[in-house]
Design a protein around this ligand. Structure first.
Ligand code: ZN
Ligand code: FE
Length: 246
């Protein structure tokens, strides 16, 4: 593996996670979706890393609010979807979907995953089988549809699930516990899901993240994934989840 990835706990902001990663061959460093600068700068100082890029998956404030401060503090370049350039603060490198982004020798495919927002992208580092998917998919859940349609979200989730089963999925929030409660409410006989609920509870009890998840784990336990290409079922689940109080 050529990437070292650290999770930055920013749970004090909307239960967010940010990530810092370094390509070991070139020592190029990136941060994914910084909600603020402070925690990122602390993590970089702790590792002794210098920031080269700020990668955004989508424009929501809890994913881009640290862009400008980090850019000023480190000289890093802001990277995002060209289609979202008007709403990504400080954007320098405007990516086209389907294009590749090189963090040194680690190359990420840019995958279009609209649904949570239009213009949402994922960064899939192919050699490491690590994908950063922002607010599209979470352990046992998926993002709310702020801008996109159920059809778009089903297609986007399908793209993530088409990646290799052992792909690690890095998500933008710690939502696993409430997602697991909802998932059990609609898929109560799923043994893998029951077991996963226990694992998630154990992790959260000791303050450990449930991220990253994997493609294989989501296929077994995520009701939104298990709806497959059934858009109606997906939309029904999404509506139920929006009103769910676990
Ligand atoms: Zn969002
Ligand atoms: Fe978010």
């Amino acid at each position: 593996m050529t990437l070292t990835i650290h999770i930055i706990d920013m749970l004090h902001i909307e239960d967010n996670y940010s990530f810092v990663l370094r390509d070991e061959a070139s020592r190029k460093v990136a941060v994914i979706d910084p909600p603020e600068a402070k925690g990122v700068l602390e993590a970089l100082a702790h590792e002794g890393w210098q920031l080269d890029y700020i990668l955004n998956t989508h424009h929501h404030w809890d994913h881009v609010n640290g862009n400008i401060k980090l850019k000023v503090a480190t000289g890093a370049q802001v990277v995002g979807n060209a289609a979202d350039a008007h709403r990504i603060p400080g954007i320098d490198i405007k990516l086209q979907v389907g294009e590749a982004f090189a963090l040194g020798e680690s190359v990420a495919e840019i995958i279009a995953i609209s649904g949570h927002t239009i213009g949402h992208i994922a960064y899939y580092f192919t050699a490491d089988k690590a994908v950063f998917c922002g607010d599209t998919l979470f352990p046992m859940g998926c993002g709310r549809l702020f801008e996109g349609t159920p059809e778009q979200m089903v297609v986007s989730i399908g793209k993530l699930m088409a990646l290799p089963d052992d792909t690690r999925i890095y998500c933008g929030h710690e939502y696993a516990l409430s997602n697991a409660k909802f998932a059990l409410s609609v898929d109560s006989n799923n043994k893998d899901l029951q077991e996963r609920m226990r694992q998630v509870q154990e992790l959260r009890n000791i303050g450990e993240p449930t991220v990253p998840t994997t493609v294989a784990d989501e296929k077994r336990t995520n009701p939104f994934v298990r709806a497959g290409s059934d858009v109606e079922r997906f939309a029904q689940l999404r509506a139920l989840k929006n009103d769910f109080r676990g």
